[in-house]
Design a binder for this molecule. Structure first.
Ligand code: PMT
Length: 221
């Protein structure tokens, strides 16, 4: 049905990140999160259908990668940072819907970690904030961040909008059953850098992706 979608993004370059990152503890163990990549993949597909050249930088996914997009698989937040930075400069629109780890093990063991008697402590260090890095670096790109919140959605979303210097912040209340991580539907509040707010009601991630891109396209230069 993509031939019937108005080509609002014809010839534009759009980079989307999707899915979780995986932070290794040892060759067989890792820290990760519940992101399925459905939201990011829906955005990549919708941007493709609107005529964009789409680059999809994604963590490990159990869902199919759409045809007609350049898919760049990564594992860790460090790899995602490196890959996104390598493709950032010539994008018109960058959407960071991936659930990037905030912490990773300080030491990655080369061999499978042996069982110890008693409690085991894994020391974690902060990862680089990819979105914030892009916010500092951006020129003409329109930058979109997501915020996964379980409380005080508006306060936290507005803080992220400012701190990460994004043009749009898409906030989802991930503690609500049936939306957010892993779900087929989502419901979000869109915060714009000019202070205005737009609520998008619960709908499929595909419909929501389309509605969000109609908002973002307004800002592309
Ligand atoms: O993948 P699904 O199962 O479809 O679920 C969709 C989703 C819930 C994962 C998605 O809608 C979503 O909310 N994605 C962002 C999740 C997240 O990491 O939120 P955050 O509030 O922790 O991070 C805020 C923003 O900073 C995000 O754009 C994130 O990509 C970015 N970030 C975070 C940490 C980091 N080190 N680098 C980043 O770029």
């Amino acid at each position: 049905a993509s031939q019937f979608v108005p080509k609002h993004l014809l010839g534009k370059r759009v980079l989307v990140t999707a899915g979780p990152t995986v932070e290794r503890i040892d060759p067989v163990r890792f820290l990760s999160n519940d992101s399925s990549g459905k939201m990011g993949v829906a955005l990549a597909e919708a941007a493709r259908d609107m005529g964009a050249y789409v680059t999809l930088v994604h963590g490990p996914l159990q869902i199919p990668i759409p045809d007609g997009v350049t898919a760049l698989p990564v594992e860790s937040s460090a790899e995602m940072l490196e890959t996104v930075l390598a493709h950032f400069d010539d994008q018109h629109l960058v959407i960071k819907s991936a659930a990037v780890a905030d912490y990773r093990p300080t030491t990655v063991h080369a061999e499978k970690h042996k069982k110890v008697h008693g409690p085991l402590t894994i020391e974690l260090e902060e990862t680089t904030d990819i979105l914030k890095t892009l916010g500092m670096k951006k020129r003409d790109q329109i930058l979109v961040g997501f915020a996964a919140e379980t409380e005080q959605l508006e306060t936290h979303a507005r803080a992220k909008l400012e701190k990460k210097r994004v043009d749009y912040l898409v906030a989802n209340h991930v503690a609500t059953p049936g939306i957010g991580f892993g779900a087929d539907e989502n419901e979000v509040t869109l915060f714009r850098a000019d202070g205005t707010v737009h609520r998008l009601p619960r709908q499929s991630k595909q419909e929501l992706a389309h509605a969000l891109l109609l908002q973002f396209k307004e800002a592309i230069r």
